[in-house]
Design a protein around this ligand. Structure first.
Ligand code: PLZ
Length: 489
């Protein structure tokens, strides 16, 4: 409540200032103009700010959630997953308010989307302003400023000092599809090399790029051709010696490329710098630079899918920066839009410009409202120091998780970077995946008002993707609940 009062006061001062400036600009009716501005500014301050505390007032899921889930079952395709059967009414920053009045700690950010917090103030203000200005034209029909501004921001923020260009689309999968189109068109080659444990989307081409059959591919074939899968150096489950994992993985990958595909046939190597759905698999040091170098040496486009790892998540704007890797094409989505659907493909200008005119497009890609949101999200990351904040979260959360790992042998490994952390659960004394333990821990956390996502090829990884604006207090509180959860096993 105090936040709302403080903002109300700030806005009252603001009103006086604005009245002065509007009258000095000879606005014919300063008060009416002010009320107009206020009408789209004020609701955001009253509606979205929730006190950043966990509060459990019913069983979770509560009765209203249960009713809504039943209604969902009647109306919505049964093919859609349901991670938490808890319906949300409102959210701000790192707190979700459910329909039964429970305040839940959000450690998932809608799968790594609301990095700047839910309904972040700059995102809300920009969206409200844009929705009242114009809602759509189709950029390839009638261009507009904020699409260009988002592309300029992407060209500036992505690694490398070379000339870059961008295009915008609606989703991560669509961005990956376009990146593949562009790489094939530029190189005049067809093969795409992807990795074990990879995830790139749910469209036909991206299903083919995904590693895991269930639930992503089962029964949905036939899949797109010319996709080749190579081993991922997943240290925790690597069969060979850990000391030479980078060299051994590179040996297997280059053997496959040269002997089975032909390096001159490979258009692109596509990799998530830290694999997301696969279980937050962090490649060993030196692996990404070696892969990028190999690509350069063979005229192969090196493409980083930063859909989940991008936009300050890992304590860098993009995860590849950790080792100074400069991809030829970098794919963004999720965090770029601050909660609105937007995705981007950014690459070397000569690659991005190689496609014939009208070879790329789409009705909604780079919708002006989504672009306005993205400019708000990017400003929030840069002006509020969220990259540093992600590092701080990595420290606090990482330390907390390592303390739990020391206490509970069911935790086989703690891994991640910045605010992208995970624990892999095993049957103690082995590396056998323990998905039953994972399910029990997550169920307990949900019942106590803490949302945490799972991941992993073996459904045994608990992943943490908190909004980067989460308070230390909420993180400490969530870790306490997690500790209780492990104690129930
Ligand atoms: N690339 C690395 O993580 C989306 C999938 C959720 P879209 N990950 C969440 C689900 O179950 O469908 C993702 C990703 C990486 C691409 C994508 C695809 O992004 O915006 O979901 O299409």
């Amino acid at each position: 409540m105090h936040q709302v009062v403080a903002q109300f006061r700030a806005m009252a001062c603001c009103e006086i200032e604005m009245l002065f400036s509007l009258s000095s600009l000879s606005e014919p009716n300063p008060r009416a103009r002010l009320l107009e501005i206020w009408s789209y500014t004020f609701p955001m301050t009253t509606l979205t700010n929730l006190e950043q505390v966990r509060r459990v007032v019913t069983a979770i899921p509560g009765p209203k959630s249960n009713a809504l889930i039943q209604r969902r079952a009647e109306a919505v395709s049964g093919g859609l997953g349901l991670t938490f059967p808890v319906a949300i009414e409102r959210a701000s920053d790192a707190i979700l308010l459910d329909v039964d009045g429970n305040q839940i700690i959000d450690l998932g950010s809608g799968i790594g989307v609301t990095n700047v917090g839910n309904s972040a103030s700059r995102v809300v203000a920009n969206v409200i302003e844009q929705v009242q200005t114009f809602t759509h034209t189709c950029f390839t029909v009638n261009p507009y400023l904020n699409y260009i501004e988002v592309c300029e921001a992407l060209n500036r923020l992505t690694p490398g000092t070379h000339k870059k260009k961008s295009m915008l689309v609606n989703s991560g999968a669509e961005a990956v599809e376009n990146a593949v189109k562009i790489a094939r068109h530029y190189t005049k080659r067809q093969a795409i090399v992807v990795f074990e444990h990879a995830y790139h989307g749910r469209t036909n081409l991206t299903m083919a790029l995904n590693a895991k059959n269930m639930p992503y591919k089962e029964g949905f074939g036939p899949f797109a051709p010319e996709i080749y899968r190579v081993p991922m150096p997943y240290a925790f489950r690597w069969i060979g010696p850990k000391e030479t994992i980078t060299e051994d993985a590179m040996e297997m990958i280059t053997h496959k490329i040269e002997k089975e595909i032909g390096a001159h046939n490979v258009a692109a190597i596509l990799i998530e710098p830290i694999q997301g759905e696969g279980g937050f698999i962090v490649p060993p040091k030196g692996f990404l630079p070696a892969l990028a170098q190999y690509s350069r040496d063979h005229g192969i486009i090196f493409m980083a899918d930063e859909v989940q790892s991008g936009f300050a998540r890992t304590g860098h704007m993009f995860a590849v920066e950790e080792e100074g890797v400069v991809p030829d094409i970098l794919i963004t989505a999720k965090g770029i839009g601050g909660g609105l659907p937007l995705a981007g493909v950014t690459g070397r200008a000569e690659i991005m410009d190689s496609v014939h005119i009208s070879g790329l497009g789409g009705t909604f890609g780079g919708n002006p409202i989504a672009c306005a949101a993205a400019l708000g999200a990017i400003a929030t990351i840069e002006e509020d120091g969220l990259i540093e904040r992600a590092r701080h979260i990595g420290q606090l959360l990482g330390d907390g998780l390592r303390a739990l790992a020391a206490k509970y042998p069911v935790i086989g490994e703690v891994r991640g970077r910045g605010a992208m952390q995970a624990i892999e659960l095993i049957v103690p004394g082995s590396i056998e995946p323990n998905s039953a333990a994972m399910a029990q821990v997550l169920k307990y956390c949900t019942s106590q008002g803490v949302f945490i996502l799972s991941a992993g090829t073996y459904n045994n990884v608990i992943r943490f993707l908190p909004p980067l604006v989460i308070t230390d207090e909420l993180l400490v509180d969530a870790l306490k609940v997690l500790d209780e959860a492990f104690a129930t096993l």
